[in-house]
Design a protein around this ligand. Sequence first.
Ligand code: ATP
Length: 296
Amino acid sequence: MKALDIKRLRKSYGDFLALKGIDLEVNEGEVFALLGPNGAGKTTLIRILAEGLGYDSGEIRVFGEPLSKKTARLIGYAPQESIAYDLLTVEENLRFYADLYDAPRERVRELILEFSLPAKKKVKELSDGFKRRLNLAIALLYEPELLILDEPSAGLDVPSRRELWEAIGRLREGGKTILLATHYMEEAEALADRVAIMNEGTVIAVGTPEELKSLAGEGSVIHVEGILRGTERVKEEFPRTIEREDELRIAVEDSKTALPRIVELLVEAGSKIRTIRVEEPTLEDVFLKLTGRGLE
Ligand code: ATP
């Protein structure tokens, strides 16, 4: 059975069409990532599923049932922002939400242990990483079948992000179906069995990370770091280029001929190259190939 089956979903805000007829299927037991830049429509889709936000047209089934108040208990939701009360302790928050959701109080203890949460600490004293874990724990109070996470690790430092990913990995091993939105391709690659790449209100590709990477086509990616000058000329000659501060990723057909040319262009313009590597394509390169721009 499908955990989620979405057909031709459309949603507008006034005149603006935020979801332009989305089709999506999420299998039971998989981790499914919605990957796309800000404004792609990920949060809109999630709010329709998890918050009852209205939509214009389309069909949504959750474990076979039409999305409605009746299916709400099947879905647990951790929004981007912390929903815990700052002045209450971790345990008090969990108790509060357990009562609100009519979940058994034993779950509070279980979740504190499962997520190694400091029960007696006030939420305002928690690090961002712990706040995210608490958000996740609250979403799991009534043991939903499908867990929906909006940008679960946005803004976290690398160690906290890894810890959160491990927690999500354990949930998946426990058989939960997880739908998560992210604009970090590392997050999609680290966690997801399948990924839907979204852009401007449409799903532009769906598949396993490996399947999607094969869409980037033959060829490889040249990754240059350093103090870079002359990047405009590189972009003219190699249009599939993503530029960030001190960094270029250039998708090329044939790295043997492209590499010396890229080095020449950069060095002529006065760049100080720190490292240069030839890499396999990433999901961001797939996005670049399909849309002509980077993910951020
Ligand atoms: P983010 O990562 O920023 O949350 P997203 O992919 O989740 O991005 P959405 O938040 O779903 O994107 O937004 C999709 C589009 O809809 C954006 O162009 C946004 O400006 C617009 N939008 C979102 N919410 C509203 C609203 N309440 N009213 C009007 N426009 C909205």
